[in-house]
Design a binder for this molecule. Structure first.
Ligand SMILES: Cc1ncc(COP(=O)(O)O)c(C=O)c1O
Length: 1010
């Protein structure tokens, strides 16, 4: 043992003694690194761990602050992953110790995790959870105060201006220039805005050595409160971001994600959001000044030089970012409008558009416009790309002439492949700007350009670069509330610029420029690029004309759709397609969160459909086995054509006479036996059931309803009331007093099962029981709701005689009987047009929806003349959309296709094949407990044990996920136990599709562990 080892061992022994004496703790002690303090890890026998800190004598305020904050957090934030103080035997949080001089000892609870800087698990979740932790921490620190935090601290970037005198100490002119500019900007423009922001004590040093991550990359701890200071709250986000972004692909995205996570738990103001990007840069600038100062004082400290390499590299990356875009992205992530005044500019434009002058050809009052598709996905993309300017000009002019158009346009929002070259690259590796931010107007060179409204010349620029903007003018305008914006005119003639001077006023309608020829306009076929600009991003006359798809929500505010100015007779813009992550986030933000997403862990973006298949954005085809709505097949050409034709003629409400409506009611009613002759037209299945309830109440004079357990009849309040699936499920408010629930006739796991020939009558007895329960209170039923096959009940076919007996009980009590055919109607069951017909009954009211319009929102009620007459009590029945001519034509087309393509018979043949196949599989896979259904409305119930019928819900989840991922088949689960595989594909689902499904199911069940 060397002398040093002996000394170290003696120290450890002293510490062990201290631990026993002061805290009654015995354990292994090992030293940890520390700059000023001595730190030790203490492991006790039961596996528990502690951190022992022996603080060097020094600033009492500083130590007091660190002790006070942990005491405060122990009280105020029990759940935060920060160390907790461990009290000594006397209840004190510090102990005097002598080790290399007098020291103050503190024992803290140990935090598990790897240091961020070294953790392999670092990922986007780390950034989110760090923002979240800091937000929660700062909320707890809001009321915290301590003398030690009220200091003038060099590491407080809220006082960054104090470093201005140190800029000259930095080695390297480029670094000095960059740091000097950042600090000057801080003093001139950041600090005055900070003055309006909240101040409080913050941690101030969530750097990559002070943050711990667990193995999933989630933040598991924050340590070292020695840099706390009372300053602007937003500094916390900036400091953490400066470290979190090191080495990430998209540094601004990292800052935005961290700020957004902080904001979710501790909302920041717009002003704070605006300052974060500058403050991150300020942190780097301060760090470089501090390092320069320390290196001057201690030239041997090479460690500082190394850590400064990271700082300078990251600062340079941020310097390459466009500041305005960075700020807009951070604002957007926090839920603020990316460009604060963009919406108000657009509103001003929309309000005033009627008075705008026409930009080209003001003499033509209603211009004919030829629309060109320059998108990368255009079928002509390769041809356009191959043309030089002259050839493109000829082709464009030819097409304009061919269409007798006055000019041509290229669209806003189009994703174009034509923008090659470095100019379109962003600061992020591999990213290119490609979305067109303006509208192109094609006309010959020399065509005059007129100002749409008054303004003044703000910027003139001539980039003289091939495929650049060429001569460009930006006119500046102001709204009536003083918001400034610009209109941009690119590809002008060079002589246009010569005639204009900065500041020169331009009046509305004034012809101030002209289209340039290829040799002067950047080498393009002559056209005007017209763009709105709410923020020129500091680029002035060099403003971009093309934006980034992945940040479209920001770019579309920087340059909104100029259609509002142009007022053309054709759309001048397209919707920019976005990736799935963005669409999910925006859905959550802008659409009610209770709207669910199928396969939420890996949702699908579906852009097309054909027959029984759906097509996603990559062109992958998915076999759709759940969509009974597009009953005659996705986008069936006959239905599409009928809709298009009628939409081109007339669509109005049903108050006028129209042949299609009457013809449709005749055709629909003819699908039912007498006396079901009268139709009402509505817009959804829920509405149909609601109207049916009103009809029944009007006819019977009763109010009560009997419904079958687990049923779903719609989302209206009245229908939630009669849907046990909803009122007895999550978020439900229980059974309303006017509703009786009859036992669900489940032949597989209910009281009476397959083989009981009397099961129908026995289950129907419970309908009678409900009637008796009503009668006991002097009430009678208005309506009995039932489907012909129970959908949400688990695709259950009804026992023989069930509806016949139940209807008899209800009618005997003066009630009416409704068959809800919203799911199961229109020939899907194969043997009949309507599922209730499999029970040999004629209801009093039938409701239809989903398949009735093949996806078009329409629905219907069919009932008897007597019931309809009782409803005509003086109150008008009006439904704005129900029965409109377009819906009627679509309804007719659906009936035609069902008839002409023999779809009912097809459902029977393929449905039988499917059930035979599934039953054959059940002989090999014991997990298949039951196969049931009619036609193409089927349930395959999975159980873990055929005796106990224990539901195999997790297994079904696996099956559904596998069928999607491995076989591209879309399915879903059903039933009270979520263990029934629901099958209800569009009717064109073929025998080959059926066999493919059965093979895939066989394969998937085979991979379920026994
Ligand atoms: C049996 C049944 N009835 C009614 C409805 C409600 O139809 P809609 O969603 O068109 O309002 C549904 C919808 O799933 C249903 O399954």
């Amino acid at each position: 043992m060397t002398e040093m080892d002996v000394k170290a061992e003696q120290e450890l022994a002293a510490i062990r003694a201290l631990l026993i004496e002061a805290y009654g703790i015995e354990g292994d002690v090992s030293p940890l690194p520390g700059e000023h303090d001595l730190n030790y890890r203490v492991r006790v026998q039961d596996g528990g761990q502690y951190l022992l800190k022996l603080h060097a004598p020094g600033d009492a305020d500083d130590l007091g602050m660190q002790i006070a904050v942990l005491d405060h957090l122990a009280q105020a934030a029990a759940g935060l992953p920060v160390s907790r103080p461990v009290l000594d035997r006397e209840g004190a949080s510090t102990v005097k110790a002598t080790l290399r001089g007098e020291r103050t000892a503190r024992l803290l609870t140990w935090l598990e995790g790897d240091i961020w800087a070294k953790a392999a698990s670092r990922c986007p979740t780390s950034v989110d959870t760090l923002g979240d932790l800091l937000g929660r921490l700062d909320r707890c620190l809001e009321g915290f105060g301590h003398a030690g935090t009220k200091r003038v601290y060099a590491w407080d970037i809220g006082r960054a201006d104090m470093h201005l005198p140190h800029v000259d100490l930095i080695d390297g002119a480029d670094k000095r220039v960059a740091v000097g500019a950042i600090l000057e900007r801080f003093a001139a423009s950041v600090l005055p805005k900070l003055e309006a922001c909240p101040r409080q004590v913050i941690h101030n040093d969530a750097n990559d050595y002070n943050v711990l991550l667990d193995e999933d990359g989630r933040v598991s701890g924050l340590i070292d409160f020695g840099d706390m200071v009372e300053t602007w709250r937003v500094v916390e986000i900036a400091v953490a971001s400066a470290y979190a972004l090191i080495g990430t692909r998209d540094p601004v995205g990292t800052i935005a994600a961290l700020a957004a996570a902080y904001h979710r738990v501790n909302p920041i103001s717009e002003t704070e959001a605006n300052l974060i990007f500058d403050l991150v840069r300020t942190r780097y600038a301060v760090s470089m000044c501090m390092a320069a100062k320390q290196i001057r004082e201690n030239p041997e400290n090479t460690y500082l030089l190394v850590s400064q390499e990271d700082v300078w590299r990251e600062l340079q990356r941020l310097e390459r970012e466009n500041r305005a875009i960075a700020v807009a992205r951070i604002r957007d992530a926090c839920g603020f409008a990316p460009v604060a005044h963009a919406a108000s500019v657009v509103r001003w434009l929309e309000r005033n558009a009627h008075g705008f002058s026409v930009i080209v050809k003001p003499s033509v009052t209603k211009p004919e416009v030829a629309v060109f598709d320059f998108s990368a996905s255009s079928p002509e993309a390769a041809q356009w790309a191959a043309l030089d300017a002259a050839a493109a000009e000829t082709r464009i002019a030819g097409q304009i002439r061919g269409q007798s158009a006055d000019f041509g346009i290229g669209l806003y929002g189009e994703d174009r492949g034509i923008y090659q070259g470095d100019a379109y690259e962003t600061a992020t590796a591999g990213e290119r700007r490609s979305i067109h931010l303006g509208v192109d107007i094609f006309a010959p060179a020399g065509e005059p350009v007129h100002a749409p409204f008054a303004g003044k010349v703000a910027f003139l620029h001539d980039d003289a670069v091939a495929f650049g903007f060429g001569p460009t003018v930006l006119l500046e305008h102001a709204t009536d509330t003083g918001d400034i914006f610009w209109t941009l005119y690119g590809h002008l003639s060079r002589s246009s610029l010569a005639k204009l001077a900065i500041g020169q006023p331009i009046s509305a309608g004034e012809s101030f420029a002209a289209f340039g020829a290829p040799e002067e306009n950047g080498n393009w076929a002559p056209h005007l690029h017209f763009q709105l600009v709410t923020d020129h991003l500091g680029l002035e006359g060099c403003m971009f004309g093309v934006g980034l798809r992945d940040q479209w929500q920001v770019w579309r505010e920087v340059s909104p759709d100029p259609s509002v100015v142009l007022g053309l007779s054709v759309p001048a813009s397209v919707i920019v397609a976005r990736d799935k992550d963005f669409l999910v986030r925006e859905r959550h933000r802008r659409i009610g969160r209770s709207l669910s997403i199928a396969y939420s862990a890996a949702p699908l973006k579906i852009v097309g459909g054909e027959g029984a298949h759906l097509v996603d954005e990559d062109g992958t085809r998915w076999l759709d086995m759940v969509n009974n709505v597009c009953h005659v097949g996705h986008c069936h050409p006959r239905v599409v054509k009928a809709a298009q034709a009628q939409m081109g003629k007339l669509n109005t409400n049903s108050r006028y006479l129209h042949d299609s409506l009457v013809e449709y009611s005749r055709r629909l009613a003819s699908q039912f036996p007498d006396p079901l002759n009268v139709c009402f037209f509505v817009n959804s299945g829920s509405e149909a059931n609601d109207l049916a309830l009103r009809l029944a109440r009007a006819y019977t004079g009763n109010r009560d309803v009997i419904t079958v357990d687990h049923a779903y009849h719609g989302h209206l309040s009245s229908m939630i009331d009669v849907s046990p699936y909803k009122f007895a499920g999550r978020g439900g408010e229980g059974r309303p007093a006017h509703v009786q629930v009859a036992e669900m006739p489940d032949l597989y796991r209910g009281r009476y099962r397959y083989g009981d020939v009397d099961a129908g009558r026995k289950y129907a007895d419970d309908v009678r029981n409900q009637i008796l329960a009503l009668a006991a209170n002097g009430r009678r039923p208005a309506l009995f709701f039932s489907e012909g096959i129970l959908g949400t009940g688990g695709q259950l076919t009804l026992p023989e005689g069930y509806l016949r007996e139940a209807y008899a009980h209800v009618r005997a009590a003066g009630g009416l009987c409704l068959a809800d055919e919203v799911q199961v109607g229109f020939g899907r069951v194969g043997s009949h047009m309507w599922a209730h017909q499999t029970q040999g009954v004629v209801p009093d009211i039938v409701t239809m929806g989903k398949p009735i319009g093949n996806g078009h929102p329409m629905a219907a009620v069919v009932t008897t003349e007597a019931i309809a007459a009782s409803f005509a009590n003086g109150m008008e029945y009006f439904n704005t959309f129900g029965g409109n001519p377009v819906s009627a034509e679509i309804g007719l087309a659906v009936l035609d296709v069902i008839r002409d393509e023999r779809l009912m018979h097809h459902c029977k043949v393929v449905g039988d094949r499917l059930m035979d196949g599934a039953r054959a599989l059940s002989r090999r896979h014991a997990i298949i407990g039951d196969v049931r259904g009619y036609g193409l409305f089927n349930g395959i119930e999975l159980v873990r044990d055929r005796e106990t019928l224990e539901p195999a819900a997790c297994e079904l989840d696996f099956v559904i996920a596998e069928m999607k991922c491995k076989h591209r088949i879309l399915l879903s689960s059903e039933g009270p136990h979520h263990n029934v595989l629901k099958v209800k594909p569009p009717a064109p689902f073929s025998a080959a599709d059926c066999d493919y499904f059965l093979e895939a199911l066989d394969d998937t069940l085979g991979r379920l562990s026994p």
